[in-house]
Ligand binder design. Structure first.
Ligand code: SF4
Ligand code: SF4
Length: 140
């Protein structure tokens, strides 16, 4: 498909306000790779094995996800500040939000997530190339 036909070919604005709502709420998965587990564990100051035991669970398809609290908060979300405790080391899924394939596949999907993410359509303009780079890097 020609890039001219993409609805977001003129770019999309996004700047995270840090509200934390995408890190909590309803149940979901935050996929983590072994490399990400190793990095998070090192930052936490514990072994990857212990980090995985404490904070990661295996989903039936063999993929691994960060655990969440009963209220839906990600296990790495600070309850008081509503910020990620390991923002710099957060998984690629979190780093590439909101430019996931599904989210940008249709403008109606983008509009739907923008209703819950105040960072969408605000602040920095991401170019088409930047959006596609994030889309391709995402594991969603
Ligand atoms: S919902 Fe959007 S603005 Fe709020 S923390 Fe998540 S990405 Fe940032
Ligand atoms: S790892 Fe951090 S950024 Fe990702 S969902 Fe959990 S708290 Fe949010």
């Amino acid at each position: 498909m020609s890039k001219k036909l993409l609805w977001y070919s003129g770019g999309l604005k996004f700047s995270c306000s840090g509200c934390g709502s995408c890190c909590g709420g309803g149940p979901g998965y935050v996929w983590v790779t072994q490399t990400e587990i190793d990095r998070l564990a090192a930052k936490f100051g514990i072994s990857a094995e212990l980090f995985e035991k404490l904070f990661v669970w295996s989903v039936n398809n063999g993929r691994r996800s960060l655990k969440e609290y009963p209220n839906g908060d990600c296990v790495l979300l600070d309850e008081k500040t509503r910020k990620c405790k390991f923002y710099e080391e957060r998984p690629i899924q979190c780093k590439t939000w909101p430019f996931w394939k599904q989210n940008i596949s249709k403008k109606t999907f983008w509009d739907a997530i923008a209703e819950h993410c105040p960072g969408c359509n605000c602040g920095r303009l991401y170019t088409l190339e930047e959006i596609e780079e994030q889309r391709d890097a995402s594991n969603i």
